[in-house]
Design a protein around this ligand. Structure first.
Ligand SMILES: *[C@@H]1O[C@H](CO)[C@@H](O)[C@H](O)[C@H]1NC(C)=O
Ligand SMILES: *[C@@H]1O[C@H](CO)[C@@H](O)[C@H](O)[C@H]1NC(C)=O
Ligand SMILES: *[C@@H]1O[C@H](CO)[C@@H](O)[C@H](O)[C@H]1NC(C)=O
Ligand SMILES: CC(=O)N[C@H]1CO[C@H](CO)[C@@H](O)[C@@H]1O
Ligand code: SF4
Length: 420
């Protein structure tokens, strides 16, 4: 695909030759960190990089699939102390550690390391490639055990905020009409370890360059709440205070609106929820987000209104991608105000990223600003998010590579024939 070709291959040598001065100052062991990546990436280019993670018949325990209490239980069952479990946890997730192999578990007792090398696996994914967009956005491609490929995007931002956008599935079943990943259909759910590893690896690879990676959004490939067990667990591991220690407010799971799962998420997880609204009428939403045929707008919003009334200070984030002639009229702005009335929320207005083969066009910037102003004047908390990385296909919601067999594009409602 032409747009993909514009990604420049991630050049490790340039990274080593020109590390930013602040990065060198901040990281205590820059040489060590970089040399690990060199090895990792060059190995990925040849054969199986980490055989222990590539063998599906292996009986090894996947360490990153466990919350701390489970890890502790397992470590004890192997005859070691819980203090050792905590040290291991810190090796896996602590700053400037992010251990990927037993060689990197310096400081752990020798017996314990031997047991781990025999019985545990530290890696759940192999890195295939890392590519850089012109705006600095990084895309990391990982290979799974079965050979399928997932993508993780790291988006640096000013003001010391860097976001990693993680995938939760290979492909996606939701068939949103604007979405590139949706064109793949669902191939499989990612395990907890595969989800956690994306965030750990992003920190390991890019902390020295970008500073701390502070935010996680589940907005890569897949509908996270379709894989809710693994997603809730992965999010819990990410916010563990002894480990990765992301703030729960800064780990956001983004859903297209699976209502029963959304309810469960709000009850069981401390992390943030984002809901892709993207339309203000069932007619439009049924078309661009077919999940709406199962869980319609009023059910979705009523559920949020009920669930959030008891959660103090909790705000849901609504994502609203603006499509020229489809959902960007001033009537839409007014309907949107009505729809979110009584729900503690923020609204992100996002400019649409055109990609190959899409039927939609982005709303012009002036019109987005006008739309924003209507909402703001009504007292709605609203942000404009102009897209990043769009020339590189790295923005969230357009990851993946559609195969030859694609889910059907839905019939365009009569009224919108002009818009597409
Ligand atoms: C690996 O696990 C098995 C089964 O629990 C145990 O018998 C064995 O001793 C472990 N290996 C090491 C080196 O501790
Ligand atoms: C939305 O869904 C609910 C529950 O399935 C149903 O009772 C209601 O009639 C639907 N509303 C509309 C406008 O279709
Ligand atoms: C809808 O919302 C999701 C999540 O924010 C986003 O990825 C997608 O591109 C949106 N698109 C449209 C057109 O609704
Ligand atoms: C739901 C709906 O009617 N949406 C509107 C979206 O915006 C276009 C043009 O700006 C209108 O024509 C649609 O009616
Ligand atoms: S926007 Fe999200 S939920 Fe919809 S098809 Fe794409 S990945 Fe799936």
């Amino acid at each position: 695909m032409a747009v993909i070709v514009r990604w420049t291959a991630f050049s490790l040598s340039s990274l080593v030759v020109f590390p930013s001065p602040s990065a060198t100052a901040r990281l205590s062991l820059p040489g060590r960190a970089f040399s690990r990546f060199t090895r990792r990436i060059s190995l990925a280019a040849s054969a199986p990089a980490y055989p222990e993670s590539g063998d599906p018949t292996s009986s090894k325990v996947l360490l990153k699939g466990m919350e701390f209490t489970e890890l502790e239980k397992w470590v004890k069952s192997q005859g070691f102390r819980s203090g050792q479990a905590l040290m291991l946890w810190k090796c896996l997730y602590g700053n400037n550690n992010w251990a990927q192999s037993c060689d990197e578990l310096a400081g752990l007792n020798k017996e314990f390391r031997k047991m781990l090398s025999e019985n545990a696996s530290l890696m759940a994914l192999s890195v295939k490639d890392v590519v850089t967009a012109s705006d600095g956005t990084r895309k990391i491609l990982f290979t799974l055990d079965d050979g399928s490929v997932i993508e993780t995007v790291v988006i640096p931002c000013d003001r010391g905020r860097t976001t990693v956008c993680v995938s939760s599935q290979v492909g996606c079943a939701m068939n949103c009409q604007f979405c590139y990943t949706g064109r793949m259909g669902l191939r499989k759910h990612l395990s907890t370890a595969e989800i956690v590893e994306q965030a750990v690896f992003a920190r390991r690879l890019l902390s020295s360059e970008f500073g701390s990676i502070t935010n996680v959004v589940f907005m890569g490939m897949g509908e996270p709440l379709h894989n809710i067990d693994n997603v809730i667990k992965a999010a819990a591991i990410m916010v563990d205070e002894q480990g990765l220690h992301f703030s729960p407010r800064k780990v956001a799971v983004s859903t297209s609106g699976l209502v029963p799962q959304l309810k469960r998420f709000l009850r069981e997880s401390t992390c943030a929820l984002a809901v892709s609204l993207n339309a203000t009428t069932d007619e439009v939403r049924n078309w661009i987000m077919p999940i709406n045929r199962k869980y319609n707008l009023s059910l979705l919003l009523e559920t949020l209104r009920e669930e959030l009334s008891s959660k103090h200070k909790y705000k849901v984030l609504f994502e609203y991608v603006m499509l020229a002639g489809v959902n960007d009229s001033m009537e839409d702005a007014k309907r949107l105000i009505e729809l979110v009335h009584g729900i503690p929320c923020k609204i992100n207005l996002i400019s649409f990223n055109p990609h190959c083969g899409t039927q939609f066009k982005p709303t012009p910037e002036e019109k987005m600003i006008e739309f924003r102003n209507v909402l703001a004047e009504a007292g709605v908390v609203v942000f404009l998010r102009l897209s990043r990385g769009d020339d590189q296909m790295a923005a969230c919601g357009q990851l993946g590579k559609p195969g030859h067999i694609q889910p059907p594009l839905l019939r365009v409602p009569e009224r919108f024939q002009m818009a597409v």
